[in-house]
Every structure is written in C-alpha cells, then in structure tokens.
Design a binder for this molecule. Structure first.
Ligand SMILES: *[C@@H]1O[C@H](CO)[C@@H](O)[C@H](O)[C@H]1NC(C)=O
Ligand SMILES: *[C@@H]1O[C@H](CO)[C@@H](O)[C@H](O)[C@H]1NC(C)=O
Ligand SMILES: *[C@@H]1O[C@H](CO)[C@@H](O)[C@H](O)[C@H]1NC(C)=O
Ligand SMILES: *[C@@H]1O[C@H](CO)[C@@H](O)[C@H](O)[C@H]1NC(C)=O
Ligand SMILES: *[C@@H]1O[C@H](CO)[C@@H](O)[C@H](O)[C@H]1NC(C)=O
Ligand SMILES: *[C@@H]1O[C@H](CO)[C@@H](O)[C@H](O)[C@H]1NC(C)=O
Ligand SMILES: *[C@@H]1O[C@H](CO)[C@@H](O)[C@H](O)[C@H]1NC(C)=O
Length: 383
C-alpha cells in the first residue's frame, strides 16, 4: 500500500542506521479514516464552535489552538474546504490579523500556550495560502512576533532554556520542546538563521538538562533552584513534541542521529505509556467511575502525541519509519472509534477501554481523538 520513490534526501543515504534507507514514502490517505476524521470534525464544529466569538465553547487558548491546527491540517491533507473561513473567524485568527495584538495578554503569560498558538497560526496560514486568501503574510508576521516573545524568555538559569511562564518560576519540558520544534520548523519555512541557531541551542540544552529519564521518557520539568529533573509525570505529549522538533532539526542540519534520539522517546512511549492492548494510556486515564481522572488539560495530551508523531513521519519521509509507527497510529484511531466514541459522536478522554463512567467527554477530549484519526488517515494502515 505504500508508494515508494527516491526522495533525493542526501542526508538519509550512506549510513547503517535503520532510518537511513534513502527511500521516502508517500502513503495515499485512507478514505475510511478521512471520513471518520471529517465526521468528527463536523461534530466538533456543530456542537462547540461559536462563530460569534470564534472560540470553542468551553475551550481554552491552548486547546483551541490545537483543535484549529488539527482541523486545518486535515483540510490541507485532503485539499478540502469544509471549514473555510474559520481561520479568519477564529479568535486566534482575529488576533493574528492584527499586528498590534498584545500577545502577552492573549496568552496570559504562558509561554507554552504561545507555542501552541504559533503552530495553529502557521497551519491556518498554510490553509489560507492554499485557498489564495488575503492576509497570509499578516498571519506569518503575527506568528513571528509571538515566536519572538517566546525567545525573549530564554535565560541562563539551569544552563539555558525558556521559562514556562513569564513570571519565571519553572523550566519544563513542553515549553522547550515546543521552542525546539518552532525554531527548527521556522528555519525550514523561512531560512532565517536565528531560528536554526535557536533550534540547535535548545536541543543542546534539552539533551544536557537531565529531563529525559533512564526509560527514555521526558519528565515534566526541573526543580527550581537545584535544576534537577523533578521526576514528575511523563505525560504523553512531552514524548511527541520532542520527536517532531528533532525530526525538523534533522532535516535542517542533515544530522540523522537526531532521528534516533527521537525514536528513543517514541519507542519508550509505546513501551511504557500504553495499556496491555498497546493503546495509549495517560497515567490519569481510568475508565471506571471514582478512579483517577485526567484534568481538563491532560485530556488532550494523547492526541498531541499522535499529531507530533505524524509530523515526525512527514519530516523523516522514510518508509521504514512509516512501517514502524504507522500500524501503531492505526491502532490508536481504531481504539478511539471502538472504545472512546459514543453514539452521538463525542469522544472521551479514555482510549484504551470502554467507558465505565470514568471517561470524560468534552471540548478537549474530542479534538484529541480527531488528531488520532488525522494521523492515522495519513500514516495508518487502511483496512
Ligand atoms: C457564543 O459567543 C457569544 C459571544 O461571546 C456568547 O454570547 C454566546 O453565549 C456563545 N454561545 C454559546 C452557545 O455559548
Ligand atoms: C489591535 O490590537 C490592539 C492592541 O490590543 C488594539 O488596541 C486594537 O484595537 C486592535 N485592532 C483591532 C482592529 O482590533
Ligand atoms: C530572523 O528572525 C529573527 C527572530 O524572529 C528576527 O528578529 C529577524 O529579523 C529575522 N531576520 C530576517 C532576515 O528576517
Ligand atoms: C529524580 O530521580 C533521580 C534518579 O533517581 C535522582 O537522582 C534525582 O535526585 C531525583 N530528583 C529529585 C528532585 O528528587
Ligand atoms: C548530531 O546530533 C547528535 C545528537 O544530539 C550530537 O551528539 C552530534 O554531535 C551531532 N552531530 C553534529 C555533526 O552536529
Ligand atoms: C462513586 O462516586 C459517587 C459520587 O461521588 C458515589 O455516589 C458512589 O458511591 C461512588 N462509588 C464507589 C464504588 O465508590
Ligand atoms: C455522548 O457524550 C456527550 C458528552 O458527554 C453526551 O452529551 C451525550 O449524551 C453522549 N451520547 C450518548 C448517546 O450517550
């Protein structure tokens, strides 16, 4: 089912790495999975999207950003226009259209939220470009301004890294993984050397930060003061965003070792953050009532992992990587459909087992499940 072709990606040749086959891969999209993704995306928009204020009712800045990114990624992949106009209508888009926007106020001082918003603005700008719409450059200028705000929160505390929030109390994995992926992808989009330098220094810092534990999984962050790994929860999304960032940096620099670095963490996710049926399981996921319940942020993490694995595979453009991870993505999408989706198309927070009262169904868990379908539509097997 894979179409093979020589990519001419020279950096992938002449090595004994498993990833270095020198063969790219373009998988045809899987029509049944595409249909499921659109059916769910329409449900998301019918049930939650509010054209008056451009928000998803009950959402938050960073989860809305992820939802908008996923929906526009789906349209770009399929060259469909189901949600035309949402990019400019969305409140993120409205702010992106205004180059005087106070991004600090918009993101409430959360540097990681700024990162998610940049990803959303880029994907919406790409969609607008594909449609030949106006103000693509305005979106990109705004994304650049927001990126600069993130970069300004880098300092030498703990040897480097950007802070989680503007009050500078915590250096953590997700904010720096996002800065890595934005910097590497920003360089690939623009050729701007500042982005490349930022990507290199961010990976160098992440690599030496001690935030990746012996299992290969990233913990949440560093202890203020001692700069030690705080050994806090290994959330799924932390294991995905690092991979998309490393893959983009590998493409930017030609250093294929970075793919291996990414796969250490991707493989550890599959090994340690899944239920026995190999479906992703957040540590707080529990299908039973009165068990642990993921909070309103955590309910969206697994979909981010699948989305960033999808980006990883696109950057890697490698048949062996797709063969290695594609079936796992297909399994996640199938589990979302079988266990997490209820009769009115809502998708719950627990993917690995049927809801027995503990799965939460809301505006955050729904786009997370959609992201699993979009990733599987591109890279999963088609049954
Ligand atoms: C949609 O947004 C408007 C403006 O903020 C608000 O008045 C309205 O209640 C929202 N609709 C729903 C269904 O929440
Ligand atoms: C653009 O943002 C600035 C800063 O928040 C604000 O003062 C101005 O009214 C906005 N312009 C528009 C057209 O919304
Ligand atoms: C490159 O990006 C940096 C950081 O955003 C910006 O300050 C600089 O103006 C950009 N350079 C060019 C040539 O666009
Ligand atoms: C985290 O675990 C490592 C390895 O067990 C240990 O060396 C380190 O001190 C721990 N960090 C904290 C903050 O306790
Ligand atoms: C490639 O990346 C690896 C992993 O970070 C690093 O150890 C190595 O020095 C890099 N190679 C070059 C030529 O930069
Ligand atoms: C679960 O929680 C509900 C509501 O708090 C309570 O009524 C019920 O008794 C609990 N069930 C068990 C098995 O603890
Ligand atoms: C599906 O979940 C949503 C959100 O909790 C709920 O409103 C709806 O009633 C559920 N549908 C069915 C058929 O249980």
């Amino acid at each position: 089912m894979f179409h093979l072709f020589a990519t001419g990606l020279m950096f992938l040749t002449g090595s004994c790495l498993t990833l270095a086959s020198g063969v790219g891969v373009v998988t045809p999209l899987c029509p049944t999975t595409v249909d499921i993704a659109f059916k769910e995306a329409h449900h998301l928009h019918t049930k939650y999207y509010n054209y008056t204020n451009g928000r998803y009712n009950g959402g938050s800045v960073w989860t809305d950003a992820n939802a908008l990114e996923t929906v526009h990624e789906l349209m770009l992949l399929t060259k469909r226009t189901d949600f035309d106009g949402v990019a400019d209508n969305s409140y993120i888009g409205r702010h992106a259209l205004n180059t005087s926007t106070d991004w600090q106020a918009f993101t409430g001082g959360y540097i990681d939220d700024a990162g998610w918003v940049v990803l959303a603005i880029w994907t919406m700008a790409d969609y607008k470009k594909f449609r030949g719409e106006d103000n693509v450059d305005t979106f990109l200028i705004s994304a650049g301004q927001l990126y600069d705000k993130i970069a300004a929160n880098w300092d030498d505390t703990c040897g480097g890294g950007v802070w989680w929030t503007t009050d500078h109390g915590y250096k953590n994995a997700i904010t720096n993984e996002l800065f890595l992926t934005l910097s590497a992808r920003g360089y690939l989009r623009t050729g701007n050397q500042t982005y490349l330098e930022n990507a290199k220094k961010t990976w160098a810092w992440l690599e030496s930060s001690g935030m990746r534990g012996p299992s290969g999984l990233y913990n949440d962050g560093l202890v203020f003061g001692t700069c030690l790994n705080n050994n806090a929860t290994t959330w799924t999304y932390n294991q995905g965003v690092i991979a998309s960032g490393l893959a983009a940096l590998a493409v930017a620099t030609g250093n294929i070792t970075l793919f291996q670095q990414a796969e250490i963490t991707l493989d550890a996710t599959i090994k340690y953050l899944t239920a026995p049926n190999k479906v992703l399981k957040e540590s707080c996921d529990d299908p039973l009532p009165n068990g642990t319940v993921c909070d309103i942020d955590q309910q969206t993490f697994k979909g981010i992992w699948t989305k960033h694995l999808q980006y990883y595979l696109t950057s890697a453009a490698n048949v062996l990587a797709t063969a290695k991870y594609g079936p796992f993505l297909g399994l996640q999408s199938a589990a979302v459909l079988r266990y997490a989706t209820n009769a009115s198309l809502d998708i719950g927070s627990v993917w690995y087992a049927k809801n027995e009262g503990g799965s939460v169904y809301n505006v955050k868990s729904l786009p997370s499940g959609i992201a699993a379908h979009v990733a599987a539509a591109q890279y999963g097997p088609c049954l």
